[in-house]
Ligand binder design. Structure first.
Ligand code: ZN
Length: 276
């Protein structure tokens, strides 16, 4: 059975008798835990999701996401340039997540030795900087494709038990493929990080798609882009590899709205097992 993952929601404001209803906000995307929603409102409108401001582009485009454990309802507040305010309740479909056990990882990659902590700390700072960026460009509107061919070997949200120890959930989708399989940009964006040999991530690339939306590619065998470069959807950025904390060659593809991990598999056509 195919899951229904995309929905289109048009919220209109009914003007007093006789006038034509005017569109306040259009929402499109996945209204479920891990889902990304994109939309349009009137230029100059302001938006808040559960009290948190949402960037609105000059042409009215915006995006927001729901986290792994998002509550069943979210509130979207719209304030139009004329001062009119509306509250909309959004229903967020709840998901069940798998438990994934991975054994045979090198022990130092599960619990890093003290001498690795400084390097991990520096890498964490660079990542935090990348996540904070809030660019006005709306590159995410190019649409999305899978970044690589291959079998799905891990899904978003699974509870992970590494060498028998419970760890944070798996925030990404894993695409297994032979080393050297091309990895392409799934949407337009700018390369914000292209780092060789990170402790956990291996050779890794972070793309910024605007409005706080970032996508991440880990364990690559090679980096074919440099920081600051603009990439277009479908353009090659690297290749599948086995660098960093891995048991075999695969791409770990992750998606974040600022620091909130979203499920990238909800943006692209379903593959066997890709939606958990
Ligand atoms: Zn992964």
């Amino acid at each position: 059975m195919r899951h229904v993952v995309a929905a289109l929601l048009i919220l209109t404001l009914a003007w007093p008798s006789g006038a034509i209803a005017q569109e306040v906000v259009t929402l499109e995307g996945s209204f479920r835990q891990g889902g990304l929603v994109t939309g349009r409102t009137q230029p100059g409108a302001t938006l808040e999701l559960d009290g948190k401001p949402v960037r609105v582009a000059a042409d009215g485009a915006f995006l927001f996401g729901f986290g792994r454990d998002a509550k069943p309802k979210a509130t979207l507040k719209v304030r139009l340039p004329d001062g009119h305010e509306e509250l909309h309740t959004l229903e967020v479909t709840q998901r069940d997540y798998r438990v994934q056990r991975i054994d045979g990882l090198p022990p130092k990659k599960v619990t890093p030795p003290p001498e690795a902590m400084e390097r991990i700390g520096q890498e964490r700072k660079k990542k935090a900087e990348a996540f904070r960026a809030d660019l006005p460009e709306s590159w995410f509107r190019s649409g999305w494709i899978w970044p690589a061919e291959g079998r799905i070997s891990g899904v978003y949200g699974s509870q992970r038990i590494l060498n028998g120890e419970p760890r944070r959930p798996h925030y990404g989708v894993d695409v297994a493929g032979p080393e050297g399989t091309p990895v392409v940009a799934p949407a337009d964006g700018r390369v914000v990080l292209a780092m060789p040999q990170m402790y956990f991530e291996g050779n890794a690339i972070f793309l910024d798609h605007g409005h706080g939306l970032k996508s991440v590619y880990m364990h690559l065998s090679e980096l074919d882009v440099t920081e600051g470069q603009i990439v277009r959807r479908g353009e090659r950025i690297g290749a599948i590899g086995a660098t960093g904390r891995v048991t075999g060659a695969h791409l770990h593809w992750a998606l974040y709205w600022f620091r909130l991990p979203l499920d990238p598999a909800l943006l692209v056509p379903e593959r066997p097992g890709s939606r958990g």
